[in-house]
Write a protein that binds this ligand. Structure first.
Ligand code: ADP
Ligand code: GLC
Length: 492
């Protein structure tokens, strides 16, 4: 099975969130399961610099406002998987994030930048870009790659099937209606039954409507987005796809997140050798200037600081929890109001609250290894990876029962599930509910044997990508069959 993975970011080259982790880990897991996998990425500077042995496959010439566009083929550093790059200096060779300039504003030409990515994917699928390799499945990730599904539907009969994965429905790729003509799609695609969304044009809808199969990154989020509360205005579209929308839970990359061979942490450990965990805990307290208190529960957060993540609950509960002896080790970047509030919390509680506003992978590993609990109190969470890092590192997750958090963390519910407990789960998004969950964690930690039993259970859980890779392969086969039976197009 030849599969093309299309995305805008990949760890460790370009990363704004968990999407990059998935795009780094899923392709090798698919290859391990027998698929012939290639990636297609935009030629962002960090990607162009790192990809090895890149050569030109085809000179595309001028398109989407760029004078010079080439398709390159090279190898990913590390996995050595083949990777196509869209080299369009005018559109991609610039600093900032893939989506925004350094001042936080969206790039004004994002429509052209991500239309081009999808357009090249569709041409690879149509066998007019690289005759040496034609994908049977194009797997597009998030709105950045979603237009591939519309271009493939506009150029029937492209035999390749399309699969679209929603990593976060809240980011939809909405653009002004009047930019429509830049896309080069047939006019029948600009209707409410296709890309039009309340007077704008939506890249997300291109994936949701025209992909042969749609997935999201956890079974619970797949159910949630079919409803009003989490549907971001697209729940009707999602319900319209019925059983074509499913959830496949992300894994985590054992090569990156494994306490037994993590070079970033003070001392390595695993479920049978927990001395390293205690050493990491002490090293963290010392490095962060937290009081060397063995009784204190150390709570960490490693997160984008945005309203999605529910960190206002942490801020509101923090003073009361500090009074009870909880220590906080926070790391994140994002909204100024949250950054400032966490900085102020640190000033107010010296020796109890340590805050790092910034992005630092190695430091994230030390926080996850050294803390007792990791809090992920999200308002919504398609999957969430850090709670799984916590499970892997014996750092018990305290999470809200939502999306992938609900699918990955099991609490003791008093009805016989104590033997399955891996963390602490609360329901309503209030400071009191979060605080109560943290108090339960602190209480359990006072019973060292019970605590270690829960730790070990999480640590020995299989969180690898192997199962998800098998599920995706089965889904690809269904997508190919569905495409052959009835390709998704549009009347007109
Ligand atoms: P999301 O993609 O919504 O941000 P995930 O939990 O899926 O949430 O993935 C977040 C990823 O980004 C994880 O790998 C996490 O460790 C990482 N991360 C987030 N903030 C930081 C930070 N400030 N420093 C280092 N890593 C971070
Ligand atoms: C998104 C989601 C997050 C998920 C990640 C990877 O960024 O917000 O929940 O884990 O994608 O799928």
């Amino acid at each position: 099975m030849k599969v093309l993975q299309v995305a805008a970011e990949v760890y460790p080259l370009v990363k704004t969130g968990g999407l990059a982790d998935v795009v780094a880990a899923l392709p090798p897991a698919l290859a391990e399961a027998g698929a012939d996998v290639r990636l297609l990425l935009p030629g962002l500077p960090a990607i162009l610099d790192a990809v090895q042995s890149a050569r030109t496959v085809i000179d595309i010439g001028a398109c989407f406002g760029a004078l010079r566009v080439r398709l390159l083929l090279g190898r990913m550093p590390g996995s050595q998987l083949p990777v196509y790059l869209v080299d369009a200096p005018h559109l991609y060779r610039r600093g900032g994030s893939p989506y925004q300039a350094s001042d936080g504003t969206e790039w004004p030409d994002n429509l052209q930048r991500f239309a081009l990515l999808g357009w090249v994917a569709a041409h690879l699928a149509a066998d007019d870009a690289d005759p040496a390799w034609v994908p049977e499945v194009v797997h597009a990730h998030d709105w950045h790659a979603a237009l591939a599904c519309a271009y493939m539907a506009d150029h029937l009969p492209t035999p390749a099937a399309s699969v679209f994965t929603v990593h976060n429905l809240a980011f939809q790729g909405l653009f002004p209606h009047h930019d429509w003509s830049l896309l080069g799609l047939s006019s029948r695609f600009m209707s409410p039954a296709a890309l039009e969304f309340h007077g704008q044009l939506s890249f997300m809808k291109a994936g949701l409507i025209f992909a042969d199969k749609v997935t999201t990154v956890s079974p619970t989020y797949a159910r949630e987005i079919a409803g009003h509360e989490f549907g971001c205005g697209l729940d009707g579209v999602i319900r319209g796809r019925g059983a074509d929308v499913t959830g496949i839970l992300n894994g985590i990359d054992d090569a990156v997140w494994s306490p037994a061979d993590d070079a970033a942490i003070a001392m390595r450990y695993d479920a049978d050798r927990l001395a390293g965990k205690r050493a990491c805990r002490l090293a963290l307290q010392s490095a962060l200037g937290l009081a060397p208190d063995d009784q204190a529960l150390i709570l960490t957060v490693v997160s984008r600081l945005t309203s999605q993540k529910g960190l206002d609950l942490v801020l509101a509960a923090l003073p009361a929890l500090v009074r009870e002896g909880v220590q906080f080790a926070i790391q994140g970047t994002g909204e100024t109001v949250l950054e400032t509030a966490f900085r102020m919390a640190e000033l107010a509680h010296p020796g109890r609250v340590a805050v790092h506003i910034g992005y630092d992978e190695n430091r994230a590993h030390r926080l996850v290894a050294g803390a007792d609990v990791i809090a992920v109190p999200s308002r919504f969470e398609p999957c969430g990876l850090t709670q799984m890092y916590g499970l892997r590192y014996g750092t018990l997750p305290v999470v809200r029962r939502v999306g992938g958090l609900a699918d990955t963390v099991v609490d003791a519910d008093g009805h016989g599930s104590a033997g399955r407990q891996t963390g602490f789960v609360f329901d309503i998004a209030t400071p009191a509910a979060f605080e109560a969950a943290v108090r339960r964690a602190a209480a359990l930690r006072r019973d060292a044997d019970a605590w270690e039993a829960v730790m070990r259970r999480g640590m020995s859980q299989d969180l690898s990508w192997a199962g998800a890779a098998r599920d995706y392969l089965a889904l690809y086969r269904r997508a190919v069959a569905a495409r052959a039976a009835a390709p998704r197009g549009i009347e007109g």
